[in-house]
Ligand binder design. Structure first.
Ligand SMILES: [Zn+2]
Length: 510
């Protein structure tokens, strides 16, 4: 009987793993989500009845039940180098000239792959089992994020093949698909939490969570793109190695072989045109010399390999209407103009606001309310207004934006900075500055006071209940209860940590 159950459990696990590979690697699922969930539920049930048969590589064991205090740092056995960037055709041709010179005109070819905008990680498999996962960190040491990596359904806990090296380090990119990103930001907006600026930040933030149960809800995904340490060489070329990783059950992005730099350039242009149709964000292409022996010949510059280069797509731009300009007052009194835009899609995110940096910049661009403007976003930089389309301006209605002569929050005096760029409110009792300073003071990394968010600070300052940092500590229950929108006041009974964790349902793996 016991043997039967063990067999049954093994069969279920194999079936689930096989379907994971079909789903994540081959993009050819054979089961519906319901059928998959039923298999998963059956396995879970059997394991609950026979806990002695649970193994760490069982698909049910992806999510650990308790959060960690922090991440250990681990050394990479082979450093994770960075890649040099190019931004145009001419720079790609120069790279090709250096390669040709380094290889003394021997024959060579390239592989071309999309550059995923995510977070680089290294996965260590020993005898086919995932034993450790680390972030890139500074290239030589990264954070041990094994617990969080295990929650990513696309990453196999065991590799399936006869010829897997005893030690195999797989390098790749953890990313957040665009759909998951949009959904996560929606949830955060609904909960009054700040949105993530882009999918990469969202992926990085999710991978660095101390509670893997939350990471499991974030729908992260993965593409393998190279091999670190391997106890036996995987292949003689990069292209072959990618094929093997895929055969082992790892998701690998499409890589194309290119016989020369002309073909490489054509591939880059083609992908740049079609990149928006992908379900994930890419910010360029990675070009590698294909043969490994030629990698050794070319070597590295210490920081980046000479056999590899990234081609970065041009910063993305979008045209929209600037509906109004708000002046924000920072915690040091700096006045910053912010453009409120008609929402527009840019680089995979909806943009509603863009920075105008300072009033000099605003005047230089002559930005006015109602203008049609070009906004740009490069990498993780906040979108900015780069140009006004003057010919679309209504010359009769349009008025130059008036640079404030008093603080928009307190009406206090403003002064230009010594270097003449920034305007500052110099009123020491400015409420806007007080709010900003309080937000900083109670935030993470400072006093870390739970539940004291911007909305509550706003009320506390406006009602003059809080005029200094110290006032926070003498607030009374009855004072808070009298506020127009009182905070959810919970009377604490038990120890602090017992009440503040929201239960999170573990994800069955997809
Ligand atoms: Zn002020």
């Amino acid at each position: 009987m016991a043997q039967n159950i063990e067999d049954k459990i093994c069969k279920l696990r194999d079936e689930i793993r096989r379907n994971d590979v079909l789903y994540y690697v081959q993009n050819a699922p054979q089961l519906s989500d319901q059928q998959y969930d039923a298999l998963f539920a059956e396995l879970k049930q059997l394991e609950q009845e026979h806990p002695e048969l649970i193994t760490p590589d069982s698909p049910t064991q992806r999510v650990s039940e308790r959060p960690v205090d922090g991440f250990e740092t681990v050394a990479h056995s082979i450093p994770m180098l960075s890649i040099d960037n190019t931004y145009n055709e001419a720079e790609l041709r120069k790279f090709d000239e250096r390669v040709a010179k380094g290889l003394e005109s021997a024959g060579y070819d390239y592989t071309v792959e999309p550059k995923i905008d995510g977070l680089a990680v290294s996965l260590r498999y020993e005898k086919g089992r995932l034993v450790r996962a680390a972030t890139r960190g500074d290239g030589s040491r990264g954070d041990d994020v094994t617990g969080n990596i295990r929650t990513i359904g696309a990453i196999p806990l065991t590799l399936e093949s006869e010829d897997i090296p005893d030690i195999l380090e797989v390098r790749g990119e953890v990313y957040m698909p665009k759909k998951a990103f949009t959904k996560l930001n929606q949830l955060r907006t609904d909960a009054g939490e700040p949105e993530f600026a882009n999918p990469r930040n969202a992926a990085a933030g999710s991978l660095k969570l101390l509670d893997a149960r939350i990471t499991a809800t974030r729908k992260l995904a993965f593409f393998a793109y190279s091999v670190g340490q391997a106890s036996t060489p995987l292949a003689q070329t990069h292209y072959e190695a990618l094929g093997k990783l895929k055969r082992f059950g790892l998701p690998v992005n499409t890589a194309t072989k290119a016989k020369d730099i002309d073909k490489v350039i054509a591939m880059c242009h083609l992908q740049e045109k079609t990149k928006d149709s992908l379900d994930y964000q890419i910010d360029g292409m990675v070009i590698k010399v294909n043969r490994y022996d030629q990698h050794d010949l070319l070597g590295t510059t210490g920081r980046a390999p000479k056999w590899c280069i990234a081609y970065k797509f041009a910063a993305e731009q979008a045209e929209t209407i600037l509906e109004s300009i708000t002046v924000q007052v920072g915690k040091n009194g700096t006045l910053t103009p912010v453009a409120n835009l008609k929402p527009v899609q840019l680089a995979g995110t909806t943009v509603k606001r863009a920075t105008l940096h300072n009033f000099d910049q605003l005047a230089r661009l002559d930005v006015r309310c109602g203008d049609t403007v070009i906004i740009e976003k490069a990498g993780e930089i906040i979108p900015q207004v780069v140009e006004v389309i003057i010919k679309k301006r209504d010359l009769f209605e349009s008025q130059p934006f008036e640079i404030p002569t008093a603080c928009p929050a307190c009406g206090g005096q403003v002064q230009k900075d010594e270097d003449g760029v920034y305007l500052r409110c110099v009123n020491p009792n400015c409420t806007a500055q007080l709010k900003e300073r309080l937000e900083y003071f109670v935030g993470k990394g400072q006093m870390n006071i739970d539940k004291l968010g911007p909305a509550l600070i706003e009320q506390l300052v406006e009602t003059k209940l809080v005029k200094t940092f110290a006032d926070i500590y003498t607030l009374r229950f009855d004072q808070l209860a009298q506020l127009q929108n009182p905070p959810a006041l919970a009377i604490r009974r038990g120890p602090r940590h017992s009440q503040c964790r929201r239960p999170v349902r573990p994800d069955p793996g997809r």
